[in-house]
Design a protein around this ligand. Sequence first.
Ligand code: IFM
Length: 454
Amino acid sequence: MSFPENFVWGAAASSYQIEGGACDDGKGLSIWDMLCRQPGKIWSDNTGDIACDHYHKYDDDVQLMAQIGLKAYRLSISWPRVMPGGRGEINEKGLDFYDRLVDSLLKNNIEPWITLFHWDFPYTLYCRGGWLNRDSSEWFANYTKVVVDKLSDRVSHWITQNEPQCFIGLGHQTGEHAPGLKLGFADVLLAAHHSLLAHGKAVQGIRTYARTKPLIGTALAGVVKTPFKNSYAEIEAARQCMFAITMRDCWNNTWFADPIVLGRYPADGLKLFEEFIPEIKNGDMETICQPLDFYGVNIYTGQTVLAAENGSCAPAPHSESPPLTAMEWEVKPEALYWGGRFLYERYGLPVVVTENGMANCDWIHSDGKVHDPQRIDFHTRYLCECSRLIDEGVPCNGYFLWSVMDNFEWAQGYKQKFGIIYVDFDTGKRTLKDSAFWYSDVIRSNGRCLNNSL
Ligand code: IFM
């Protein structure tokens, strides 16, 4: 296995999941602060009030990242930390936190990749309609400018939003995530349309105001289908299935990616969602479809499908007892290869794996260490598929392991552990897991050490 010389070996986390400091230094409330206050919404009624306390411990955390040898760290900005009411007043102390974090990363030769929105929407703006309000795209554009003005002299990698499928679908349709709404489908699509407009305006803003040449992308959830067999018919079936819309929900690739990259909603979605389609004003699709530098995709699992008789596809027969992570997501390494390949074929953009990781049952063992061989095996297998993707000519420029440290896993609270750094949430103590030492070897050998595991 080999990776290109300048391959970006990274790890990721997001503001609400690690920062804590929920009310510190003038930060405003987000919809997650509010959801966590509703009993029964989050596992064990956990909250992100303190989380990893990264807001105060960021410098130590950066030292650990440097010890691991990360080349890049994907972080997100908390919109209400920077603009407590979501618009208007700027909270300089909040902005300064990111200023210091970026400096600390650069001092340690770690490239910051900034995600502008990873779900912690300002509560004040939610009270004005949130993503249902068409003004939301302007609010987001103004917020983007504030961040770009502050950080773009040192930051060049930008991701607009993380996984719209989740913050719209889980937040506005099923209600499992903040803001906890169970809206009718027309409103779900309206919120989605506004978030797409916000993406487009943010890209425009970054290109206009950035002081160093920006590289801009997305971080969409990858809904991946893999072929049952390596035959033309099966591969074609998986490809079609991966880009088909068959359900009235957000759990697909094309409803978000087609407008962003191709400038139009997919025809099958328009047909299936016909009576729920929001008003699309003149110029909307042009605003949404801005040139991007990479297609960021978060891949955790996939579904294997086989070719069905009428040219469509059907779920493949599956094992009675498939390998599952603690999230009960099936371990499916080939999803990284097929997902990356199909997305590149359709959208023609270089691919960056903006998230890949596994929740595991981790604890401190009696020898004081955290042994997580399952996670090492998981990443070895997925990276092997990443290498295959690159070998076959798909420009896959980077890989961000989710997550750099254990964190607040949304509705699952602290039950799930995705990190390569173990966090004791009672004391705040960090312990590098075996997987952190392993990832360090991977990075330092540019992936060559993976050959020893095969
Ligand atoms: O923790 C989340 C992250 O915030 C978004 N992508 C999936 C991860 C694991 O569920």
